[in-house]
Design a protein around this ligand. Sequence first.
Ligand code: HEM
Length: 199
Amino acid sequence: MKQISNKNIHPLWLRINHWTNALAVILMILSGWRIYNASPLFAFSFPKEYTLGGWLGGALQWHFAVMWLFGLNGLLYLIINIISGRFRQRFWPLSMKRLVTEFISALKGRLDHHDLRRYNMVQKCAYLLVMADGILLVLSGLVLWKSVQFAVLRELFGGYDNARLIHFCAMAFLCIFILVHLAMVLLVPKTLQLMIRGR
Ligand code: HEM
């Protein structure tokens, strides 16, 4: 397998892509919460201070503007990763056995972070899951945005209302991922330096 040098563990394109994604995700979540508040699915609303857009129309404008940044940036991430072979190198192979043992070690605070050139199995699976979650968010979002034009997709999601529920659940998963992701970064701050400087 191709070795990753210590000099450039996270290439420049990836770092720009990652921070663009972080910004886009935050803007999408905050404007999404404001849109949700206009017609809540459940018996709660998000506190106004943690929403973006001021009112429904403003929040929709933010959501529809930033969705392009989120979608295109994510597409670029997938294309470059797949074409360059990085995807395979960083996220393959997967092992259920190692996932279980490393997950238990992580819970005990004993996960090995010696070699930052490689993701451990918990990271690999978490990153793959959040990528799939991003795709689900975009696809269900397309149904909510243009449900007549994306009629086949709408039916695949089980109808408009179901697509809305799935969009909400995917957002909730994303929020949980971000909380765990940030906690891991705080526990191993060297990784933050890596994602900023590349080495
Ligand atoms: C301000 C918030 C964030 C911080 C501080 C942060 C920090 C980091 C760091 C330090 C790494 C490298 C981990 C390592 O080398 O071991 C990383 C990787 C990653 N982060 Fe974040 N992150 C943030 C937000 C996000 C968000 C919102 C998402 C997804 C929705 C995300 C998805 C990912 C993914 C998929 C990777 C792996 C990238 C790859 O190697 O291809 N991050 N993040």
